[in-house]
Write a protein that binds this ligand. Structure first.
Ligand code: PEP
Ligand code: MN
Length: 449
């Protein structure tokens, strides 16, 4: 009966509010069936794990830990292979090892992984050679291929997203707890990077220090369990609200709602309207929540977001992911941080140095300059240092593969190289070498504080 459908689909407060960036599914009946099926599937993560991450982020908010959040702009179904996932994880763990040592604080590791399949777009159509089709919205919605069939939103893809996320998470859990991610192993990979890449050689001293620290502990007979396994969390943008709603469950321990599609979810720059569905949804779930803040964010908006999403001012509940652009961060960030701090709130502040620095190269590729990325992180550190607040972490788009999507970096990628391995389905990512480069440089910045 339609009444039941309506109740299910409008049973939550956010479902009666306007939601930006939602696909126009042509077959509503197919969508309804898919969502009912998804709602019966097991959780991908446990509520207790989300609480654990919230506690870890609480330490970041207090200035006692650093957050490293990274992964693809858009995961793709054909990227769910052991090799891709391993390379990405390996890169993130290598970055984390460097940051842990240099900053002498725990690094909370969160992937943009196992659910990052949906993309907000600035235009709803794409035109090529006079042909206009619906824009690609991520593998969870339609196909990347530029044909009318492929661009039709297909709810079956929501199930594929669930399955791809489950397979990815399963492998991530195996890698991070099965011995593969042992810190000594991760350090050996970093030594390879330092030895074998011209970019890496600049970091020889830091790598040697880490080596000495590990050798010292070894000589003392210290071999902590913590070296053998790694705590790693998943995150993605909570964009397609029908999917996130189907995966939102009541926690039997507390009666609270959790979105069990990932440990942390964030609301993007294009869907954070204060009175719209995405913010309402985020306010009702107990997961740690991120919100992207671009250069036009006003103090009032930031304060209202805190009021709605973190009324209890619970450290670790809310992460502000600022993405101002290298040219704007020093002008726009200080007032926001200052006024939010003055209000008594203590969100986690992290820097996304990617999304404010995208431009189109002469070759037509969407790209970013490594130097701009680095400069935005520098600006972010400067602002927090001046205000006495904690630069809590970085949020980056990266891959473990040797792609050529961003220009610059130690093993320099030139504009003319972009076509060589330009594989992203959406925004340009740092490749493995550029990511490690960034980690060493951020580590030096953190030390210089
Ligand atoms: C993204 O993180 O891929 C993204 C679309 O970011 P933003 O919402 O900050 O534009
Ligand atoms: Mn992106």
């Amino acid at each position: 009966m339609t009444v039941t459908t309506e109740t299910t689909r409008t049973g939550h407060s956010w479902q009666s509010l306007p939601a930006a960036q939602q696909p126009e599914w042509p077959d509503q009946e197919a969508l309804r069936k898919t969502l009912a099926e998804l709602a019966s599937y097991p959780p991908l993560v446990f509520a207790g794990e989300c609480d654990q991450l919230r506690a870890r982020l609480g330490a970041v908010a207090r200035g006692e830990a650093f957050l490293l959040q990274g992964g693809d702009c858009a995961e793709a179904f054909d990227g769910v292979s052991a090799e891709h996932i391993r390379n990405k994880l390996k890169t993130l763990l290598q970055m984390a090892a460097v940051l842990t040592y240099a900053a002498s604080v725990p690094v909370v590791k969160v992937g943009r992984i196992a659910g990052q399949y949906s993309k907000p777009r600035s235009k709803s159509t794409e035109t090529r050679d006079g042909v206009t089709l619906p824009v690609y919205r991520g593998d969870s919605v339609n196909g990347f291929e530029f044909t009318p069939e492929s661009r039709i939103p297909d709810p079956e893809r929501l199930k594929r997203m669930y399955n791809a996320s489950a397979a990815t998470l399963n492998l991530v859990r195996a890698f991070t707890t099965g011995g593969y991610a042992d810190l000594r192993q991760v350090h050996a990979w970093n030594q390879d990077f330092v030895r074998n890449s011209p970019a890496g050689q600049r970091y020889e001293q830091l790598a040697r220090e880490i080596d000495n620290a590990l050798a010292f502990m070894n000589a003392c007979g210290v071999a902590p369990e913590e070296f053998k396994t790694v705590e790693f969390f998943s995150s993605h943008e909570a964009l397609i609200l029908d999917y996130e709603t189907a995966l939102t469950r009541v926690d039997s321990r507390t009666g609270d709602l959790y979105d069990v599609s990932g440990h942390m979810v964030w609301i993007g720059e294009r869907t954070r309207q204060l009175d719209h569905a995405h913010i309402e949804f985020a306010s009702k779930i107990r997961n740690p929540i991120g919100v992207k803040l671009g250069p036009t964010t006003s103090v009032d908006e930031a304060l209202t977001l805190i009021e709605k999403l973190d009324p209890e001012l619970e450290p670790g509940r809310l992460t502000f992911i600022t993405r101002m652009g290298a040219g704007k961060v020093r002008d726009h960030l200080p007032t926001l941080v200052e006024k939010v701090t003055a209000s008594g709130a203590k969100p986690v502040w992290i820097c996304d140095p990617m999304h404010g620095n995208t431009f189109e190269a002469s070759s037509g590729h969407k790209t970013r300059r490594f130097d701009d990325v680095l400069d935005e992180v520098k600006g972010f550190f400067e602002v927090h240092r001046a205000l006495g607040t904690h630069p809590g972490g970085i949020h980056v788009e990266l891959t473990g593969d040797d792609v050529t999507e961003c220009v610059g970096g130690g093993d320099e990628v030139m504009v003319d190289d972009l076509h060589q391995r330009y594989e992203t389905a959406c925004d340009p990512r740092l490749n493995r070498s550029q990511s490690l480069d960034l980690a060493f440089l951020v580590a030096e910045m953190y030390r210089g504080q």
